[in-house]
Design a protein around this ligand. Structure first.
Ligand code: GLN
Length: 215
């Protein structure tokens, strides 16, 4: 049976995560209500606006079920998703879920116009990854309980931009906005331990208008 992965679909670029996951042969379910979390193998929390997402999480009575899910099952958070998973954050309407033991500074690279993309080192991929940062959060230097899975290149300061703590992964950038699905594949197979059936088409997500205009 195909792996069944939820994508939190309250706000943000959840459609792009769906496209990346479906290209890997995964059954994707949009998560908006508590019952949508039932029987999922893993969950992805997209980029977007963390304040809006937190408000909607409360409005949709998702806080408790989501907090339970992320404590026991694999979860990947990208950009705003990292803010939701971290242990603190500024100007949030309610506390984040706190399963990543890391301090997060929101919008710390500047405003939307300061968004950028760059190569990062990605040890679990044994190479580099082209990372898109959009009003991205910055992470405080993580403690030893947190594994660094992506970092800026040495000449850019080498700071951590992706972390893993057990089954929880947080990336400050947007792998779903590129056609490169290596981080999704690694999360599904190595972190979540899922078997992927071979995708019907090559493992590249076609670049579309949605890709270019997202976020
Ligand atoms: N700046 C956003 C926030 O604080 C995150 C940006 C993003 O997800 N691209 O929620």
């Amino acid at each position: 049976m195909a792996a069944r992965v939820g994508v939190l679909s309250l706000q943000g670029d959840f459609a792009r995560h769906r496209a990346s996951l479906e290209s890997l042969g995964v059954d994707v379910r949009a998560v908006r209500l508590p019952e949508d979390l039932e029987d999922l193998d893993a969950l992805v929390m997209p980029g977007g606006e963390s304040t809006t997402m937190l408000r909607l999480i409360e409005d949709y009575a998702l806080r408790e079920p989501l907090a339970r899910f992320v404590r026991s099952k694999p979860v990947l958070g990208t950009c705003a998703g990292v803010i939701l998973l971290g242990k603190d954050g500024q100007h949030l309407p309610s506390p984040p879920l706190g399963v990543l033991d890391i301090s997060v500074a929101r919008n710390a690279y500047g405003r939307q116009i300061d968004s950028f993309s760059t190569e990062v080192d990605a040890p679990p991929l044994a190479g580099r990854f082209h990372a898109v940062f959009i009003r991205a959060p910055r992470l405080a230097p993580p403690g030893p309980q947190v594994e660094i899975v992506a970092r800026r290149l040495p000449e850019a300061g080498g700071e951590a931009v992706g972390v893993r703590q057990g089954k929880v992964v947080g990336l400050c950038f947007h792998p779903e906005l590129t056609s490169d699905t290596r981080f999704h594949r690694w999360f599904l197979t190595e972190v979540a331990g899922l078997d992927l059936r071979s995708p019907a088409s090559p493992e590249r997500v076609p670049l579309t208008a949605a890709t270019r205009d997202a976020s």
